[in-house]
Design a protein around this ligand. Structure first.
Ligand code: ATP
Ligand code: MG
Length: 246
């Protein structure tokens, strides 16, 4: 589904990503972990076209998407969420997802004169599957942070992605919201046959759902493999995991 090869990016001489290669198979749930500043968000931005790599390539389903614009990459089936929830804070929960459906399907030439009823059933269906049904009429910006992240997921799903990149999907969530989100991600990935690539600081989340884990340290991948392999890797334990996951 996704093939990253030799990605490198520096900012004014500071190397944020160096020789990063990674492949993610269709239907796989893959995690990128690493300490603060390891280069996780930069890597995601390189994959989704928000930053152009200095060197290296990104292929999506065999197509070279290196350097393509984010909206073009999105249209090819790659959705994403951001480290800080990215929603329309003044629109209702319903309108956020409805607008995303309209944008994706190009159903209306003028978004703002669109009928209240366009994609009504689908919007409610998507909100229900995210557990946001009861909040449909709530203003997005007034939701709890956890619910805003769930709404952002709904906006991404409205684009009918084949692969979804989630930058810290449980950041800022309570432990209850985190547990809900893990269940939600697993269910949505299996129902929609989605491929997931996510970053996460919460190791319980990572080890609960990832099939494959890549460990970034100072912009380089120092280990990649199944959770049990990564957990046992001495280099990983040294730089990142510590002994609490012994
Ligand atoms: N636009 C930029 N200009 C300059 N330096 C940048 C830029 N973006 C990122 N960096 C630097 O690159 C390094 C990697 O940052 P990045 O945000 O990718 O890390 P991260 O692994 O996502 O960290 P966190 O866990 O805190 O989210 C950091 O040292 C950061 O300061
Ligand atoms: Mg980050």
């Amino acid at each position: 589904m996704l093939e990253i090869s030799g990605l490198r990016k520096s900012f004014d001489g500071f190397v944020a990503t160096s020789d990063v290669s990674l492949s993610v198979a269709r239907g796989e749930i893959a995690a990128v972990i690493g300490p603060n500043g390891a280069g996780k968000s930069t890597l995601f931005n390189l994959i989704t076209g928000h930053i152009r790599p200095d060197v290296g390539t990104v292929h999506l389903e065999g197509r070279d998407i290196t350097g393509a614009a984010p909206h073009a990459i999105c249209r090819m089936g790659m959705g994403r969420s951001f480290q800080r929830a990215n929603i329309f804070p003044k629109l209702s929960v319903f309108e956020n997802v409805q607008a995303a459906l309209i944008a994706h399907r190009r159903a209306a030439t003028d978004l703002w004169s669109a009928s209240r009823d366009i994609f009504r059933a689908e919007t409610h269906q998507l909100l229900a599957s995210l557990g946001l049904g009861p909040q449909a009429e709530v203003t997005g910006g007034t939701l709890s942070y956890g619910n805003q992240k769930q709404l952002e997921l709904g906006i991404a799903l409205a684009g009918e992605p084949k692969i979804l990149l989630l930058d810290e999907p449980t950041a800022g969530m309570s432990s209850v919201e985190t547990a809900e989100t893990i269940g939600l991600l697993q269910r949505i990935a299996s129902e929609r046959e989605l491929t997931l690539l996510f970053t996460e600081h919460d190791m319980d989340v990572v080890f609960a759902i990832a099939h494959k884990i890549a460990v970034l340290h100072q912009g380089r991948i120092i280990a990649v493999g199944r959770p049990d392999e990564v957990r046992a890797d001495p280099e990983v334990r040294r730089v990142y995991l510590g002994e609490q996951h012994a």
